[in-house]
Each structure stands twice: as C-alpha cells, then as structure tokens.
Ligand binder design. Structure first.
Ligand code: THG
Length: 265
C-alpha cells in the first residue's frame, strides 16, 4: 500500500508554529524522517497559515532535502497552483489533494489536473455536502469519473477518497466505509485512498482504533493511506497486512523490516 506521510500539516499546532517561524531545519527534519520511515509521498498542507505564500516556502524547503514526491493538500486552487509551480523535477508525479464535485473546487482544480496530468484525489462530496450513504458516494464517484474521462484524463491516476466519518457520530460509519471501498474497487478502474484518523474522533485510544481500522480498509481494497509514518505500530500494521494480503512477494518487505528491528509487536 502507498503511504502518504501526514506530518507536514498546519492543522498540527507544532507544525503550524514551525511554518510560521520559517523554521526550515525543523520542517526538513520532519520531511527526512518521514521519508526514512517509508513514506512514498509527503502531504503538504498550509491551510492554517498564509496558505499560498507558505505553500511555496514549504515545497521549496522540503525539496531541498528529499526527492520523495509531494501531495499538495489544499481546498484552494491558488495554493495548489502555487505548489505545482514551485515543485522542481517531474511535476506529473505530484498528487493533487484534492478535487470533488463541488462546483467551485471543480472549476479551480480541474484545469490544474489537466494541465499537469498528475494523480489526483477525488473526494466523494458535492455542493450538498458529504453524503450519508455508500450509494450516494458511489454516485459522486461516477460523476467524478465521467467528468475526468470526458477530458481524456488517465483514470488509473485517480484516487477516490470516500471520506471517513467518525464512529462516534454513527456506529455503522466504519462498515459503510468498507462497503464504499469494496464497491469502488468492484465497479471502477480507479484507486482508493483515505485519511483514516477521523474514524476515532471523540473516542479514547484513538491510535488503537485507527490501526485496526487500517487493516480492514486494506483488506477492503484501499490502495493508499494518509498516515503518520513515524508511528512504528501503524507502520508495522501496514507491513504485516501487506504480507497477509499477498502484496509482499517472498515476504521481502516484512523480512527487511524484521532485520532492521522495525516490527513492533
Ligand atoms: N483525506 C484527504 N486529505 C486529508 C485528509 C483526508 N488531509 C488532511 C487529513 N485528512 C489527513 N492528515 C492528517 C494530519 C495530521 C493528523 C491527522 C490527519 C494528526 N496528527 C497528529 C500529530 O501528528 O500530532 C497525531 C498523529 C498520531 O500520532 O496518530 O492528527 O481524510 N484526501
């Protein structure tokens, strides 16, 4: 499974602080450590700072120390645009996080997706908000696919995020999410992604819930996850579940992690 490191997000108070302080060394330390821990992508979010200007600074600062591709996380077309313009190297590797069927978002972000032909995360949300049922989310997925394929976008670059809602709001939210993942993989030739941690909102032992949730998501067909790669226990869950799901030929990655003493039991 593809791992998108979540740490460089201005929603985390300590990260907001180092971005506001333009503390390049602290940002670069988080970038380097996530990459070393196995992140395939680094998510960058500056929504709680000076969004556009700080995205430019963050992209530049991170790329000074790592070649790991970036996931530009913003609801604002302007911040995504600035991020893409600033990226050095192959811009078609950047994941745009995200597009949706919300009219304004679609108008702002679709032209960027088409210009750079890069992977994009599509949220199952429209101007009526996040749907309560799996059926409505599948319908929005269909609309996103229709919109993108009409523009000849390569659908194998589309990651659908069916959006996790807290269990504390409805005790069936996790099973509804698994249903979404299975339906999307069965019906369409696209990938799936999730931010996971919303599932445990307002509950104790959040990391425990997130970890078990992750394994069922993987078994339900999740291709990528936005998570904290510095959390050894969640990374162990990913490595072990990939082994069990037949995604790790000859157990190569599992044994490598074992030899490096990275598996937490
Ligand atoms: N889908 C998409 N994008 C997203 C989300 C999603 N981007 C934002 C968010 N959800 C995913 N990113 C984060 C980033 C940080 C945290 C949670 C989600 C977070 N971090 C704490 C920290 O680092 O201090 C705790 C981490 C921990 O130890 O578990 O809370 O759903 N497309």
């Amino acid at each position: 499974m593809l791992i998108i490191g979540e740490k460089l997000n201005s929603a985390i108070p300590s990260v907001r602080q180092i971005i506001n302080d333009k503390n390049a060394a602290a940002v670069q330390d988080l970038a380097r450590r996530q990459a070393e821990a196995g992140a395939d992508y680094l998510d960058l979010n500056t929504a709680h700072c000076d969004e556009v200007a700080d995205m430019e600074w963050l992209v530049r600062t991170v790329q000074e120390v790592t070649d790991v591709p970036l996931c530009i996380d913003s609801t604002a077309g302007e911040a995504i645009k600035k991020g893409l313009e600033t990226v050095k190297g192959d811009k078609s590797k950047v994941i745009i996080n995200s597009i949706s069927m919300e009219k304004k978002r679609l108008e702002e972000v679709l032209p960027l997706v088409l210009e750079y032909q890069c992977p994009v995360i599509g949220l199952t949300v429209d101007d009526n908000g996040i749907p309560k049922t799996a059926e409505e989310r599948i319908k929005i997925t269909e609309e996103l696919i229709e919109t993108l394929s009409r523009k000849n976008y390569d659908l194998s670059n589309l990651y659908i995020d069916p959006l996790v809602l807290p269990l504390a709001v409805n005790h069936t939210n996790a099973v509804m999410f698994f249903q979404c993942l299975r339906d999307i993989k069965r019906l369409f030739k696209v990938k799936t992604v999730s931010g996971l941690s919303n599932i445990s909102f307002n509950m104790p032992k959040r990391k425990l819930i997130n970890r078990y949730f992750l394994t069922i998501c993987m078994a339900s067909g999740m291709d990528a996850a936005i998570l904290d790669p510095l959390d050894g226990k969640i990374m162990t869950a990913v490595t072990t579940t990939d082994l069990l799901l037949g995604n790790d030929r000859f157990g190569k990655n599992f044994l490598k992690a074992y030899r490096k003493d990275l598996l937490a039991d």
